[in-house]
Structure formats: structure tokens, C-alpha cells
Design a protein around this ligand. Structure first.
Ligand code: ATP
Ligand code: MG
Length: 406
């Protein structure tokens, strides 16, 4: 029986792209929505990127539209800017010769939708939706969706051999969608887990964070341990017992900083260990800084040793991160720290009611290294509420600080 999705019910992202499908079809080619956006629409989940697949070759696609950009022309992808914010249209293709377990040596453009769907990773990701809302399901993706199953398209061993990242993706989808991994697919992951080492850390990183911020992340982590995948990720090899403890707990994480901070907390990492661990995952420096601050708060909050200065130094975002993490893993509420943060006399050095320039102008200090020291002292004193944040109080505090220092 044909499944038809009513176009009146699809997200606006699809509606905006309909003229693209219509234009391609009018020219005599086929065009479909494919991949994650179709899956997520059928699951009533919000969609992000809308992918379109077509039987038209890239040069043919470009002839049909006024404004196009070659975003990935060698893989058959052209971005069309004529409608809405920009849509990627990719020519049906087959892939072959995965010599390095990650990228096909050869992509071939083809005219057949079936061939294109066959190269996709999982049955629920191999659905196509036409302009009229009709779903093409050649591998039982709809039944798997109903049964909440992640199943490789074709032979799992072959598919993971071609591209080892698919193993991470399987577990990531299981976590995000709260699905089970089908038995043979799971065995395939176990059997090929060591191939993950062939994959660029950046790509494993992306999938790991998506898995950890998924709905059923404890299960995702459990699967990573059960399949031995974790053994082939940076810095996790000797962490089985801590990972097991995490799997037994309940946590809900909503961003990357929270993911790494929770791990660092369970691993009892020092700042230096956090930095080393996250560098091995090729994590951005800004994230590393935030994880260090958030993790320090986790240790302090659980030991009930938080000073105003700790909250101030961490900043609003990291205080929020730490409280959010602890509220999910602990029966107690840590939300009072949010109020404490809001009550801080200042949240930024710029809010000090005096500047170095004013101190110089008032003849209290000369431009010198001492000036920086004084301002640091005032910042800390105001945050800890030992000095009021008004001009006179700050001048007085400066004078006594200088005298004390002499
Ligand atoms: P997300 O919600 O994260 O975007 P997605 O399923 O859309 O999930 P993408 O990486 O955006 O994932 O890929 C789009 C589609 O391309 C997938 O749904 C799948 O059909 C196919 N695909 C992506 N990566 C692979 C892969 N490594 N092997 C096979 N097919 C893949
Ligand atoms: Mg996508």
C-alpha cells in the first residue's frame, strides 16, 4: 500500500522547496526529498536540513535554475538559491571502492532512485518522498520506523566495512530516536569496531556528541561499551568502570560542554587532564575552556564549596550548564546556584563603577603594572561583596590597598 503524506501537514521547509521539485520534474527528471528530513517528518520530529535527490545530472540541474552554487559538485551536489534559504540538490549516485573504510574512491551518477537509496546507511534513512507526498520505501524503512529499529540497508558487515562511521551513526540514531539496533546490525558493529580508528576524530566527535545529547543517551553509551566501540575512541580505553557508572545513572545533556563536563566529572579529571583529553578529541579551545569551568563547578557544587568568585569566574552559561547537569543526575536540586549567580554584585569587570583612567585622573595611581593589580583586587572584592560597587567606596578601597601594599 502506498503511503502518502499530506502536503498540507508537512513542515514549511518542504513547502518552500516544492517549486524546486516541480521545476525539475517539469523538465522531465525525477526529484524527491530524501534522508533525515523525511525520516524526521514521519516521526513528527523537527527537521533541519532538507535534502533533495534527483535523476538530473549536476549540469542539467544548473540549467534549470538562475542562482546555483557548486557546494559539492564532485559528489553531485548543487545548492539552489532561487527559492527560500537555499536547498541542496544531489544527483542520484552509487558509490564504490571504499579502500580506506571511510570514503568511496568513486561516485557514479545514475538515473535510478533505487540505486541511490541502496547506498544509504539505514532503512529509516533510505526513504524518499515525492512532491505529492508519496513515500518510496524499498527496504522496509517504514516498518522499521514503526518497530523502532535501526537496520543497515543490505549486509551490515559490508556496509560497516565500506564506511566505519556508520557504526557511530547507528548508535547515535538509537540514542536520538530511542530505537533499538537490529540484531545483525549490532553484531556487525561489534565485529568491526576496530575500524573506527580509520575515521577522522572530528567525525567520530560529532557523532559522539549527538549520541550523548540524544533522548536515550544512557542506552547509547551502553551500546558503545557493549560493542567495544569505546575502545577505539580517544581517551576512553581504560574507562570502562566509570562509563558503567554513568550508564547506571540518569542524565540529560543538551550541549557539547555538558557532555564533556559530565565525563570529566565521572573521570575525576583535573583541568590539565580535561585539556589533554579534549585535545585528543580535537575539541575547539573555547569548548575546552568552558568544560574546565563547568567541571570545576560540578566538583565544588557537589562538595558544597562554592564561593561567589567561582560563580563569577565560570560565567552565566557555565553556571547554567553545571546546574542543569547536577539536576539531572542527582535527586537534590542545585537551582539555588542560579539565584546566587543572579545576585552577584557584578557579572563582568566592565561593570565596576570605576576605571583605571578615573583612578589616574584622580591622582591616586600612575599608569603602571600596579594599576592592573588594583583593578583585579577591586573586581574580586566587589564580587565577594567586601567592597560596594560605587565610586567613592572603590576609591577608598584603592587607597587602603595601596597603603597596605607599601
Ligand atoms: P541528521 O538529522 O543528523 O541530519 P541525517 O540522516 O539527515 O541526520 P546526514 O548526515 O544529514 O544525516 O545525511 C543525510 C542522508 O544521507 C542520511 O539520511 C542517509 O540517507 C545518507 N547518509 C549520510 N551519511 C551516510 C553514510 N555514512 N553512509 C550512508 N549513507 C549516509
Ligand atoms: Mg541531515
Amino acid at each position: 500500500m502506498a503511503i502518502i503524506v499530506k502536503m498540507g501537514k508537512v513542515p514549511t521547509e518542504f513547502k518552500e522547496a516544492l517549486p524546486i521539485l516541480q521545476r525539475i520534474e517539469k523538465a522531465g527528471y525525477e526529484a524527491y526529498f530524501v534522508g533525515g528530513s523525511v525520516r524526521d517528518t514521519l516521526l513528527n520530529r523537527p527537521i533541519h536540513d532538507v535534502d533533495i535527490a534527483t535523476s538530473a545530472y549536476p549540469s542539467e540541474v544548473k540549467e534549470l535554475f538562475k542562482r546555483t552554487v557548486d557546494t559539492g559538485i564532485e559528489h553531485g551536489t548543487v545548492m539552489i538559491l532561487d527559492h527560500g534559504t537555499g536547498y541542496e540538490v544531489t544527483t542520484f549516485r552509487t558509490e564504490s571502492g571504499y579502500q580506506d573504510y571511510r570514503r568511496p574512491d568513486k561516485v557514479k551518477f545514475v538515473r535510478s532512485l533505487k540505486e541511490d537509496l541502496k547506498r544509504r546507511d539505514f532503512t529509516i534513512n533510505a526513504l524518499a518522498m515525492s512532491e505529492s507526498g508519496q513515500i518510496t520505501d524499498l527496504f522496509g524503512g517504514l516498518a522499521d520506523m514503526k518497530a523502532k529499529i535501526i537496520r543497515a540497508v543490505g549486509d551490515p558487515d559490508e556496509r560497516f566495512n565500506e564506511d566505519a562511521l556508520r557504526m557511530m551513526r547507528a548508535i547515535r540514531f538509537a540514542s536520538q530516536l530511542d530505537f533499538q539496533i537490529e540484531a545483525k546490525t549490532l553484531v556487525g558493529i561489534k565485529r568491526h569496531s576496530q575500524l573506527l580508528e580509520k575515521i577522522a576524530v572530528e567525525r567520530t566527535h560529532t557523532e559522539f556528541v549527538k549520541m550523548m545529547t540524544g533522548r536515550d543517551a544512557e542506552n547509547g553509551l551502553d551500546l558503545m561499551v557493549a560493542t567495544d566501540l569505546y575502545q577505539h575512541m580517544p581517551g576512553l580505553t581504560s574507562r570502562q568502570s566509570q562509563l558503567q557508572r554513568m550508564i547506571q545513572s540518569h542524565f540529560k545533556l543538551i550541549n557539547e560542554v555538558q557532555v564533556w563536563s559530565l565525563l570529566a566529572f565521572y573521570f575525576n579529571f583535573s583541568s590539565q587532564e580535561i585539556s589533554q583529553f579534549l585535545k585528543s578529541w580535537k575539541t575547539a579551545n573555547k569548548i575546552i575552556d568552558d568544560v574546565i569551568l563547568t567541571t570545576e563547578l560540578l566538583f565544588r557544587m557537589t562538595a558544597d564549596q562554592v564561593a561567589n568568585w567561582d560563580l563569577y569566574r565560570a560565567g552565566r552559561q557555565n553556571v547554567t550548564n553545571a546546574v542543569a547537569i547536577l539536576n539531572t543526575i542527582s535527586p537534590a536540586s542545585f537551582s539555588a546556584y542560579l539565584t546566587d549567580y543572579q545576585k552577584l554584585p557584578i557579572t563582568d569587570k566592565k561593570q565596576l563603577k570605576i576605571t583605571g583612567g578615573q583612578l589616574i585622573k584622580a591622582g591616586i595611581l600612575k599608569p603602571s603594572p600596579e594599576l592592573g593589580k588594583v583593578l583585579n583586587y577591586l573586581e574580586k572584592a566587589v564580587v565577594q561583596a567586601t567592597v560596594r560597587n560605587d565610586e567613592q567606596a572603590l576609591i577608598n578601597a584603592t587607597t587602603s590597598f595601596i597603603n597596605e601594599d607599601d
